[in-house]
Design a protein around this ligand. Structure first.
Ligand code: PMV
Length: 311
């Protein structure tokens, strides 16, 4: 039996603008993970049995349609390993990550599947290859992904990411205490991404200007991360949030959680990921973490995760 896992992720700065060529910064969330177990099936079985008990799914790979992201991750990995038709195995997939919420659930599941299959079949893959396979799964299901999710999850390090460039792994000089509040409103990434594209096509001047402003925030944030200026990072998060609000990507539930976090003493707060639902992120000092957590629960967060990001 082989076990492998992968972390969730949070985008600290630059979501959406990253699709239009601006930089973004994302961090792995090593305390929130997807896990995949692989076992050999009894002799005489034919193929790959996929089970995801958390979402009550169980099916054979050969019966899964092209829309199925788990099946796509398995097929693309077996293709990469040149093992398409010849394995009889049982995959069990579990995840602590809420689906369609901005925590990188689909990238984490894909990377965990790829790591588990390559380890079980004793054909190790380079991290770049793992990231590329996960990107192809994202492309099948999310339209025009920038590639940030698969990159941060595959490398499992804080990344400064510009579309179609080599990812830069960035040092973080003091640990970041983050609190994540889940609105409980699931939102497929492709919906806000295509809405924004329509708005940008109608008014490229205004939206292009906002993307550039976000790009500048991201460049400043990188410096603040590297120098450990945590308070300034909070201010930059608030500025990034204001621009995401201008672009119509926030929501009533997100606003309520963001306001509650700031009022309870967070250094900054913003939506994270695609928006219009999903999660928000607050940066806190360690001694205010508990107060912010309580405030988020009182403001209606369906789940709250407290996590620390460091090197
Ligand atoms: O899938 P999510 O919710 O983490 O959002 C991805 C981030 C976007 O910038 C909105 C899209 C992308 O492909 O980068």
């Amino acid at each position: 039996m082989t076990l492998a896992n992968a972390s969730g992720k949070a985008i600290l700065f630059g979501e959406h603008a990253v699709v239009y060529g601006q930089p973004a910064i994302a961090v792995p969330l090593s305390h929130i993970r997807a896990t995949v177990q692989v076992e050999n099936l009894d002799p005489g079985s034919t193929g790959v049995l996929i089970e995801a008990p958390d979402i009550h799914q169980s099916y054979w790979l050969r019966e899964a349609d092209g829309e199925n992201p788990l099946a796509s991750a398995v097929r693309l990995t077996l293709d990469e390993l040149n093992l398409k038709a010849s394995v009889d195995i049982h995959l069990t997939i579990r995840s602590q990550l809420p689906i369609a919420s901005g925590l990188g659930s689909s990238a984490a599941v894909s990377v965990a599947v790829i790591r588990a299959l390559s380890a079980h079949l004793e054909k190790p893959l380079e991290v770049e290859t793992i990231s590329k396979i996960a990107y192809r799964v994202e492309c099948l299901h999310h339209g025009t992904p920038s590639g940030i999710d698969n990159t941060v999850v595959a490398y499992e390090k804080p990344v400064y990411f510009i579309r179609e460039n080599e990812p830069e792994l960035i040092p973080i000089s003091s640990p970041l205490n983050l609190i994540i509040g889940d609105t409980g409103v699931s939102m497929r990434t492709s919906i806000p991404v295509s809405l924004l594209r329509e708005r940008w096509e109608k008014d490229p001047g205004t939206y292009g200007g906002w993307f550039e402003e976000i790009g500048e925030i991201v460049i400043n944030a990188r410096t603040m991360l590297e120098t450990g200026s945590i308070e300034s990072l909070g201010t930059l998060m608030d500025q990034n949030q204001a621009l995401l609000e201008d672009m119509g990507l926030s929501s009533f539930e997100l606003q309520r959680l963001i306001r509650a976090a700031r009022k309870a003493g967070a250094l900054g707060a913003k939506l994270s990921g695609a928006g219009m639902g999903g999660i928000m992120l607050a940066l806190v000092e360690p001694d205010t973490a508990q107060i912010v957590e309580t405030a988020l629960r009182e403001a209606g967060a369906k789940q709250v995760f407290i996590t620390e990001v460091d090197e």
